[in-house]
Design a protein around this ligand. Structure first.
Ligand code: HEM
Length: 221
């Protein structure tokens, strides 16, 4: 789908809404989690009102992040499956990082190989966080598990939590680095030049689809 100014729809409204809702819930859950992990920043739990309120809300915010990511998983998994052409991106990683264009086309689909790796790591981390979080949730479930399971769950939760925060910091850095992608996630649209430069195979597939549609319209007249 295109707009009159010839930009391309990259992310639909429901997907964008979900992404930014996940960002908000993730930020609040992460801040409260960090405030218990590092005593020097315990003041951060005040961001959710009071430390008691943070304790109460943290698991629900985590479940909201999980639910949002389930929706995003369903919408984006198809474009994040490994493709043969991902090998080119890995092979040319230096050119990608140095923003050097030209030479052999990178044949990048809707998401590049790095985004795909990040996608699967984010999904794996949230699953570990959900399962371990439920096990250690004192109000409802913790009493059903032996202490050794609780200790393992607390360890897994801390490791996955810190891991996911680091992944998201990388994700934000890359979103800023690739100029135009945040605008894409806000408005839904990217320019054709952006698509051609960063996701050449995806852009080519869109053009082929448009040409087929125009052809079919021409035959119908
Ligand atoms: C300020 C924080 C964030 C910014 C600026 C940001 C930015 C973006 C942008 C620009 C995209 C689209 C990339 C593209 O079209 O190529 C994207 C996609 C995505 N974001 Fe974020 N994001 C943020 C936080 C998060 C968080 C906290 C999560 C999950 C916990 C997340 C999960 C995702 C996922 C799953 C995708 C789809 C990528 C794919 O399918 O490979 N983002 N984000």
């Amino acid at each position: 789908m295109t707009r009159p100014d010839d930009s391309i729809l990259r992310t639909k409204f429901a997907e964008r809404l979900c992404h930014w809702a996940v960002v908000l819930c993730f930020f609040l859950a992460a801040v409260s989690g960090i405030s218990w992990f590092f005593p020097t920043v315990s003041w951060m739990s005040g961001l959710l009102g009071t430390p008691q309120l943070a304790r109460l809300l943290h698991p629900f915010l985590g479940i909201a992040v999980f639910a949002g990511l389930c929706f995003m998983f369903a919408r984006f998994v198809g474009d994040n499956l490994p493709a043969r052409t991902d090998a080119i991106w890995f092979r040319r990683i230096r050119d990608v990082l140095m923003n050097r264009h030209g030479g052999e086309p990178l044949r990048i689909g809707k998401y590049n190989a790095g985004q795909k790796v990040l996608f699967w790591l984010i999904m794996a981390s949230i699953l570990v966080l959900l399962v371990s979080g439920l096990v250690m949730w004192r109000t409802y479930f913790a009493e059903y598990f032996p202490i050794v399971v609780l200790r393992l769950a607390i360890l897994a939760h801390a490791v996955a939590g810190i891991g996911l925060i680091l992944l998201i910091l990388g994700h934000i850095y890359l979103a800023i680095w690739v100029r135009g992608s945040i605008t894409g996630m806000v408005t839904g649209y990217v320019s054709r030049a952006w698509a051609r430069q960063h996701h050449d195979r995806w852009h080519g597939e869109l053009e082929a689809k448009e040409a087929r549609a125009a052809n079919a319209k021409g035959h119908g007249q």
